[in-house]
Ligand binder design. Structure first.
Ligand code: AP5
Ligand code: MG
Length: 216
């Protein structure tokens, strides 16, 4: 299965990608996590990427498409993968289709998570993040076993620089303007399933499992 997880910031893409990965073995390809890793490398390009991401703006299409193209055909992805945070505009979506067609592949399912802006702001404000793995926690909704520490490694959790209220509003605007048109694009291909993203992570994962069973 080749899956896209589509949804605004804080809709639970990362949280559900981890659930899907552990139950189905599909690889999570989060462009946000990959770009953050590049941003933390300390290189000149990394610092430029970090500055763009910290402001909540989109990184250039050329860079993101290059990263995905390099990753998506690696051996581990043969087991199936989920794109988390890509594509984010029509140009990226069309480039993805072209690169997949070149390898006789296609996207099988687009899972769209719907949540309202108020919930997004609450989720993002309380998010605590483990940078190395991309694991997300929430101080209220999904607290770690030990405050401020990742459950698996015990390493420190951080607050992402782009997780403040003003920047979240700007990320939501960018989502509306640039990413939401993808809903129509994938609806027309009849591969879009919309899942109500409110409720507990387990409730949402149960709905995703139903959608996956219907489309596999
Ligand atoms: P990225 O890292 O992809 O950020 P995003 O799309 O804004 O999404 P988030 O990671 O903020 O949210 P999420 O949906 O993963 O939610 P999560 O599961 O963590 O991108 C960051 C930046 O990278 C972009 O701004 C851009 O600069 C750049 N970038 C990335 N891809 C790009 C591309 N293709 N093109 C150009 N630039 C690109 O959950 C959020 C919180 O809510 C957590 O605290 C979690 O514990 C909690 N939570 C989750 N589910 C629930 C639930 N059901 N109930 C209660 N709490 C919940
Ligand atoms: Mg995420």
């Amino acid at each position: 299965m080749h899956i896209i997880l589509l949804g605004p910031p804080g809709s639970g893409k990362g949280t559900q990608a981890k659930n899907i990965a552990s139950e189905y073995g599909f690889v999570q390809l989060s462009t946000g996590d990959m770009l953050r890793a590049a941003g933390n490398s300390g290189s000149k390009l990394g610092l430029q990427l970090k500055a763009v991401m910290d402001e909540g703006k989109l990184v250039s299409d050329e860079i993101v498409i290059g990263i995905v193209q390099e990753r998506i055909f690696q051996n581990d992805c043969a087991a199936g993968y989920m794109l988390d945070g890509f594509p984010r505009n029509l140009l990226q979506a069309k480039k993805l289709d072209t690169m997949l067609a070149g390898q006789n592949q296609q996207i099988d399912l687009v899972i769209r998570l719907c949540v309202n802006d108020e919930v997004v702001v609450r989720r993002i404000a309380g998010r605590r993040f483990h940078v190395a793995s991309g694991r997300s926690y929430h101080v209220e909704f999904n607290p770690p076993e030990n405050e401020g520490k990742d459950d698996l490694t015990g390493e420190a959790l951080i607050q992402r620089a782009d997780d403040n209220e003003d920047i979240v509003k700007s990320r939501l605007n960018i989502y509306r303007e640039q990413t939401e048109p993808l809903v129509k694009y994938y609806e027309e291909k009849s591969i879009l399933v919309t899942i109500e993203g409110m409720g507990t992570p387990n409730e949402i994962f149960a709905k995703i499992k139903v959608a996956l069973a219907q489309h596999s």
